[in-house]
Design a protein around this ligand. Structure first.
Ligand code: GDP
Length: 134
């Protein structure tokens, strides 16, 4: 069994999609083993997104993720990292495949509804950061 970190981002929480997203996660075969609705601090958000620190959209990324409540979750399942990434769909909702979370629930590239770890190393790092908030 593998674990991965999922965040339901502020746009999706504001738009009331939390339950619909979780239904999709559960029907895909993944188990939600931890879940917490919270406001992230700027310190946690900057650390979480530090691999993007050199990018022009870094400030926007951090400002957005702390702009409203998020739901931070740990998902568990067979091949959970890849499986949840494929359920999320492409980063830009315009390119996301039919039926994916981003196709169904995202507003735009920056307000794209959900986050999911992209590798075992990222999953371990992200889960470790979020342990502080559970
Ligand atoms: P992900 O793993 O699919 O979430 O994508 P990335 O790790 O590449 O990027 C992290 C997040 O940054 C994405 O989910 C987007 O919300 C945001 N993002 C990526 N590219 C851009 C961009 O060009 N502009 C802005 N404003 N946000 C971006």
């Amino acid at each position: 069994m593998e674990t991965t970190l999922c965040i339901i981002k502020p746009d999706a929480v504001k738009n009331g999609f939390e339950d619909k997203i979780n239904e999709k996660i559960i029907s895909s075969g993944l188990k939600i083993i931890r879940s917490k609705k919270t406001l992230l601090t700027e310190e946690i958000a900057s650390d979480f997104y530090k691999e993007h620190a050199h990018k022009p959209f870094f400030n926007e990324l951090v400002e957005f993720i702390i702009s409203g409540e998020v739901v931070v979750q740990i998902l568990e399942g067979q091949d959970a990292i890849k499986s949840y990434r494929s359920l999320m769909g492409s980063t830009n909702p315009v390119e996301a495949e039919e039926g994916t979370l981003r196709k169904l629930f995202a507003e735009s590239l920056s307000k794209n509804a959900v986050h999911g770890s992209d590798s075992p190393v990222s999953a371990a790092r992200e889960i470790d950061i979020m342990k502080k908030i559970f």
